[in-house]
Ligand binder design. Structure first.
Ligand code: HEM
Length: 124
């Protein structure tokens, strides 16, 4: 049996420590990405948002559930996020995973999970 079938995605991402590193890299990428940087530059309490994103990725990948942020629809409602911005944020995520040494099959797994949330993020 391969390891993939016996561990959760949470484990494969390096558990909370790994997910924290990935999230920091992700936020750094967003702030340097001309297609989305203005969206993230206006966040008032980035520490809180970072913590919420880490918690969200932990529970979403099969780890413990400490998430106290809003659901994806309520978080992004009214922002009028475009398809281009959505793809650009996914590109930032893929780059962050690669920088953090996450292998391609696991990156693709994350891509699938993120893509599935498109209806709750784009033009809501
Ligand atoms: C699958 C894709 C996405 C996921 C999983 C996601 C996830 C999240 C999460 C977990 C939060 C924190 C919620 C909270 O603090 O209550 C958040 C906040 C935020 N997201 Fe997304 N997001 C996605 C796509 C996008 C896109 C495409 C944009 C715009 C380019 C965007 C812009 C924002 C902004 C600006 C905030 C901060 C809102 C605030 O001021 O608190 N997100 N997102």
């Amino acid at each position: 049996m391969s390891e993939t079938t016996t561990t959760t995605l949470y484990d494969r991402l390096g558990r909370r420590d790994g997910i924290t590193r990935i999230t920091r890299e992700l936020i750094k990428n967003h702030l340097g990405n001309p297609l989305v940087q203005t969206r993230y530059a206006q966040i008032k309490d980035m520490d809180k948002t970072e913590r919420n994103v880490v918690d969200f990725f932990c529970v979403g990948s099969g780890g413990p559930n400490n998430y106290t942020g809003q659901d994806m629809l309520n978080t992004h409602r009214g922002m009028n996020i475009s398809e281009q911005e959505f793809v650009s944020v996914l590109d930032d995520a893929m780059a962050a995973l690669e920088t953090c040494g996450v292998e391609a099959p696991v990156r693709n797994e994350v891509l699938g999970v993120l893509w599935s949330m498109k209806p709750e993020v784009v033009r809501v």
